[in-house]
Design a protein. Sequence first.
Length: 443
Amino acid sequence: MTISNADPAALTSSEHSLQLRRAVIASTIGTAIEWYDFFLYSTVTGLVFAKLFFPHSDPWVGTLEAFAIYAVGFVARPIGAAIFGHYGDRIGRKSTLIATLLLMGIATFAVALVPTYERIGVWGAVILTVLRFIQGVGVGGEWGGSVLMSMEWARTDRSRGLIASWPQFGVPCGLFLANLAVLSFSQMSGEQFLSWGWRIPFALSLILVGVGLYIRLGILETPVFSKLVAERRIERAPMLAVIQQYPKEILLSALARMAEQAPFYIFTAFVFSYGTGTLHVSRDFLLTAVLAASVLSFVSIPLFGHLSDRIGRKNMYMIGAAVTGVFGFIYFGMLDTGSMPIIFLAIILSLIPHDMMYGPQAALIAESFTGRLRYSGSSLGYQLASVIAGGPAPLIAAWLFGTYHSPVAIAIYIAVCAVITLAATAAMVDYTGKDISAEYQPR
């Protein structure tokens, strides 16, 4: 028997440890590639799409229109969660993750080929919308599988927070790669970046997908799912079953993400239109600052995941939500000083409150569902937040600023999200250190 076709239950301790490392690496790298694709779109939206696909609109209206297409990807994410959550609980975590990676990569590559308004008029924006929707479906199915692929290989109940945080680590990696790609090609002279240079980072996605597929094909299915298959406990309609049995957990998971998701996309997407349009800061300066913030997250996400194993998942998460609610006012106050070093510092610090929640978040949500429904339940709860928080956030921020002409309105919006998160998290059950075998019943 070789490890490549082994039953997880029959592995030795050293073989199990090897598979755990492989699963964590495969989940993290694959997730980083998927988020590169997703964040690349959000970065370019604030810098390019309003000019190329809505050239005849007022600048503020054009920005709103571009962010409206951007939001479509978030609307699609619960749909992806429903589709791939079903198959993740039916045919396995590994196979489903391969499918999500392919879907996301092909859609992102196709963005590089979309003609602008000058070539085909409004149809360019229509094609962008369709591709953004497909991106959202792909990333909607990715998160649950990547988290479970890592977490369900954990050997002890006191290490799940750290292990499940590694796929979350893929988010700053993807953010870093996306901003680095745009920054690199934005060095082109004249209008070259605006005319065709922005397309290259999207085209490069195809290479990254090949790397991700190679890595994911070499891992085993998780012990939890393998046990469910062996005991013939696979649910026939997992998405329907989880909605019927765990509606409270799904809703609370979505609401608990308000303070993490909405501010994140304000800090990493809206900041580009606000920085270049209002503060008159250069595009490259903002890209560099977001790059630096993402590097800091390389450390802070697993750190806070580890801390959640020590002080409790809910405690760590609620501390992060409270800090976020206050930080929104500090953030915009620092930006509006007009001082380049202070603006740079504000952007670097912006992801720390987010990471205080994002580190323990994967385990907090996934632990709330039994093994046979875990992919469906955690994916749906996680991705519903995309509709109410992540997708609308840059659009709401742009509207608030355009209406009230003050970033304080945006800071208040962030604080409201934090209050909602605190209430939702307080109502969740903390499973830190408890057994989550295939058929445990959370409550």
